[in-house]
Ligand binder design. Structure first.
Ligand SMILES: NC(=O)c1ccc[n+]([C@@H]2O[C@H](COP(=O)([O-])OP(=O)(O)OC[C@H]3O[C@@H](n4cnc5c(N)ncnc54)[C@H](O)[C@@H]3O)[C@@H](O)[C@H]2O)c1
Length: 260
């Protein structure tokens, strides 16, 4: 059964990685999908890929940091597909730095993309969901929204805040039948992770470490996150709101220091 037949979804950062996989999983379930991202070239490649799975795909260049772009994205999705039911707040940037080495510029950029942009997108999308009488928002946080590691002070703070945004919006919107949930992935095989691996002085060693860190013995494929996003967006998750769903191959489960 097509779980998302007659639903319209908007995915930010939809040209690559987890966003593209989420768009694909929802398109396979019958949704019309609008992907938004920074680069038109990447969007065109993604759109051509998604058209293999569904007829109703559109793409738009937008920077979620700019309110006018978020409003235009929602406007275009509604104009093209007749309404909006699902928003996947996925776009994000990984930044590095401890409290001293993090510059104000890195801090502001991280908070703007990883947090403010998702609030702006939600602010633009919610009135359209209210017109439909229901809706689902899926926010992509991270295991770094639940715990932290060295040298990611701005990133981990933004991802923790994404959980706060999820819970606050879930409480505000529940009575209007808009569910808001959050996914916390472990490491996922996407362009973001590829560039981190490439930056390392010993990429092969880092790949082995990343695989071993996850009790399942490997990092995730983007589709393994996309499937959970599509589920949370669907009516099968009808009693879930404000939930924080960890999809991390067991990464956050072992007691620190426990033997293998
Ligand atoms: N890959 C991982 O291991 C991992 C783990 C946990 C959480 N996440 C989170 O998942 C989300 C997606 O990550 P990914 O690995 O697919 O990243 P990615 O870099 O592979 O893809 C992210 C996409 O978002 C777009 N984007 C960035 N800034 C944008 C902006 N201002 N406006 C519009 N689009 C923008 C990029 O152009 C890119 O296409 C991010 O929020 C990331 O923090 C990723």
């Amino acid at each position: 059964m097509m779980e998302l037949q007659n639903k319209v979804a908007l995915v930010t950062g939809g040209a690559k990685g987890i966003g593209l996989a989420s768009a694909e999983c929802m398109a396979k379930q019958g949704a019309a999908v609008m992907i938004v991202d920074l680069s038109i070239e990447a969007l065109e490649v993604a759109q051509a890929h998604l058209k293999e799975y569904a007829g109703q795909i559109d793409a738009m260049e937008a920077d979620i940091v700019h309110r006018a772009d978020t409003e235009r994205a929602v406007h275009n999705a509604v104009k093209k597909f007749g309404g909006l039911d699902i928003l996947v707040n996925n776009a994000g940037i990984q930044t590095f730095g401890d409290p001293i080495t993090t510059t104000e510029e890195i801090w502001d950029r991280t908070m703007n993309v990883n947090l403010k942009g998702h609030w702006l997108m939600s602010k633009a999308a919610i009135p359209e969901m209210l017109k439909r009488g229901s809706g689902a928002i899926v926010n992509i946080s991270s295991v770094q929204g639940l715990a932290s590691q060295r040298n990611v002070v701005a990133y981990a703070t933004s991802k923790h805040a994404m959980i706060g945004l999820t819970r606050s919006m879930a409480v505000d919107l529940a009575s209007q039948h808009i569910r808001v949930n959050c996914v916390c992935p472990g490491t996922v095989n996407t362009p973001m992770i590829h560039s981190i691996i490439e930056m390392d002085s010993n990429p092969e060693r880092l790949k082995t470490i990343l695989n071993k860190m996850h009790p399942l013995g490997r990092i995730a494929d983007p589709e393994e996150i996309g499937e959970v996003v599509a589920f949370l967006a669907s009516d099968r998750a009808s009693f879930m709101t404000g939930s924080v769903v960890t999809v991390d191959g067991g990464l956050t489960v072992p007691i620190a220091g426990s033997p293998e």
